[in-house]
Design a protein around this ligand. Sequence first.
Ligand code: GLY
Length: 322
Amino acid sequence: MSVDRVQPKLIIHGGAGSSLKGKGGVAVVRKSLYRVIDDVYAMLLAGASAQAAVIRGCQMLEDDPRFNAGTGSVLQSDGQIRMSAALMDGTQQRFSGVINVSRVQNPINLALALQTAHDRVLSDYGATELLRELELPAYDPLTEIRLQEWIQERQGNFSKEMAGVVAEQELVEETAGRGTIGVVVLDSQGHIAVATSTGGKGFERIGRVSDSAMPAGNYATPRAAVSCTGIGEDIIDECLAARIVVRVEDGLPLHAAFERSFRESHLHQRDLGAIGLDATGAIAWGKTSQVLLAAYHNGENVGDTLEWDDETLVGCVPGSQA
Ligand code: GLY
């Protein structure tokens, strides 16, 4: 692809779950997502790299207490927050990430620091050591809403499968599980990157590992990239992000790769969602859950999937830069 002639593309998500309708949830989530879209797309128009853009988008979503990543992360069964994040640069085809890290504002910054390291995926102990090495200040991502949610669940002995996808006082009851955030970018040089960050499922066992810092949940090549959300175990069983991207590598158009993979996920009764784009500028999204909280900029318009709750598994904006 020729240099400087590509129209940047961007898609982000703030999780997947059950319906936001009825309590003003759609407007609230749309505002949060569009703020990120506006900021990151302006960066891309100014020439930012795909990697810089996904990091910025991820930081903004991690800092928004509504979403289950960074500030506002859900609590695990022992009342602690442990977060996971990953970055994959499609051009380099290089993955880095952290698993179950605590006391940091932006876990994605650790994934970025590991992009050029020899050891590129660190779990709890190693990630904490990295935090110290980078001299990042200790930060408590706990919010009152998430604490109350945990206290309430403890009374029921953690019978819920997951915590709420959106932490909004009036929405917690309404939005069952599956929160994660993700950002996928095609920059003006034709380079692709993806970043994903999560607080996990919520109420899980100590040591449970999320899909978000695995190629199952976050994967990119020079041709395509995908970020997943939903129940991590389901995403891992489908190896969803890598599965879609490899299908594009093998010649399927992005939309067809999403269609085939989501048909399989549906058949296997998985509970998940994904967003992605390819080097032609096509953007796609899919879900087997009720709603997917995603928004995109296709170079012309901003759109979202917030009110897309029909039976269709996949949606797409075609690319033009083949
Ligand atoms: N997809 C987030 C998690 O299950 O950890």
